[in-house]
Design a protein. Structure first.
Lengths: 229, 188
């Protein structure tokens, strides 16, 4: 095999979509290299299809469940150990956990929440969204709600509110479907201060850019009544 | 407050649209959905923190992929020669397309390919990076990238043909020094 064939195949192997004029000229007259070029294009095409298939398979719920079920006992034990260690660790430090990072990120994703004036949320919309989570706003609460939305968070439906407090707007996330929070956790991340704690149903997160959020949270949360049935 | 809103708006418009791309990129490098999610969150937090360093919004995707690569590397201590243990991968769910068998053989080959070869091929074939862009991303010379791409395709071909049981000749094998000698004379 001539050196020019070597050069041609290396050029093809390095960048088949951008072969130069000299390589193209060689391909026009060398059947073996032309065949090599076609096989390289086929491999590239299959490679791309393979990547696409993998991204479908590795993130589908079915794939996740199968992986979970096949190692359920070990995963359960590991999960309990992880939760126990994590709770103890978070209790003694303010280091952001994956959940708290997700909470902050959720805020980043909804910048419109902070652009609303105090009390801007429509009362009918407040009632409707809270009712969808089986929660009621106490009539005498005096809560000033700037923003309210039903959102997706970590695969669950939550109520996302911005409530006006003495120290400015405070974000409250009512995570009625989250049963993973065993005790109060305080955190500080990306300029936000907050806490996550168990609620009458699920959990609740309170975040603010002001570190006085602790002083507000209990009073603010009293405005919401969890209904049964 | 206004500056903060503008920053958030820029993040939502320039960075968030590439979440799926970054997610796929990480998944293809490590084949670990849990690790991918963790590194993905770290990547976007770091991007948020460093948003002011992004000079050109048009370069946001490559900027994010670079951050993602570094975040993934931080999760591994010591030399990073192989990120995945083939035995720990989820079972290969068989394809149902017309070329299912070929595709499954290629998926096995891609999983077996060392990440140092897999990454530049992903960047070139999927993301359409030029060799210059790959070199900047991987902090290599363009010549080194050309060598990796060529050797990566050769190894991928060998793995794929080994999986298919195909005995057709794959052409003369050249050693690395010979490859680099030829590549150094190539126009880039």
């Amino acid at each position: 095999m001539s050196t020019s064939c070597d050069q041609c195949r290396i050029a093809i192997g390095a960048d088949p979509d951008n072969v130069d004029a000299i390589t193209q000229e060689h391909l026009a007259h060398c059947n073996e290299c032309a065949d090599y070029f076609q096989r390289t294009q086929k491999i590239d095409s299959l490679f791309k299809q393979a990547l696409h298939k993998e991204s479908e398979v590795l993130v589908t719920p079915a794939a996740k469940n199968r992986h979970w079920q096949s190692s359920w006992p070990a995963a359960m034990a590991a999960g309990l150990a992880i939760i126990t260690v994590s709770v103890l660790f978070l209790w003694t430090t303010n280091r952001p956990s994956p959940l708290t990072r997700e909470l902050v990120h959720h805020l980043v994703e909804e910048p419109a929440a902070f652009s609303k004036a105090p009390g801007a949320a429509d009362p009918a919309e407040i009632q409707r969204i809270l009712a969808s989570a089986n929660i009621r706003l106490r009539a005498d609460s005096g809560a000033v709600i700037n923003y309210i939305m039903r959102c997706d968070f970590n695969g669950q439906k939550i109520v996302h509110m911005v409530v006006e407090s003495e120290n400015g707007p405070v974000t409250i996330l009512l995570m009625t479907e989250d049963r993973s929070i065993a005790q109060i956790t305080r955190f500080s991340a990306e300029g936000y201060h907050g806490l996550v704690k168990p609620a009458a149903r699920g959990a609740v997160a309170v975040l603010s850019s002001d570190n006085k959020v602790d002083l507000d949270s209990d009073r603010l949360l009293q405005a919401f009544e969890y209904q049964t049935g | 407050m206004l500056f903060d809103l503008q920053r958030r708006k820029r993040f939502k418009q320039c960075i968030e649209p590439y979440r799926a791309d970054v997610h796929r990129f990480l998944l293809w490098l490590c084949y670990d959905p849990t690790l991918t999610e963790d590194v993905l969150q770290e990547t976007f937090l770091r991007a948020w923190r460093s948003l002011d360093k992004l000079q050109d919004d048009a370069a946001a995707k490559s900027w994010l992929l670079t951050i993602a690569r570094r975040e993934l590397a931080r999760n591994f201590s010591g030399p990073q020669t192989q990120l995945i243990n083939i035995d720990d991968l989820p079972e290969l769910e068989h394809s149902s397309s017309e070329n299912a068998e070929e595709l499954d053989d290629m998926r096995r080959a891609v999983r077996q390919l060392d990440v140092s070869y897999r990454e530049p091929l992903i960047l070139q074939i999927w993301f359409g990076y030029s060799t210059k862009e790959i070199a900047e991303h991987m902090e290599l010379s363009q010549q080194a990238v050309l060598t990796r791409l060529f050797r990566g395709r050769e190894k991928l071909r060998d793995l794929w043909e080994g999986n298919t049981g195909d005995d057709s000749p794959a052409g003369n094998r050249t050693d690395d020094k010979h490859d680099q000698s030829i590549l150094s004379n190539q126009k880039t």
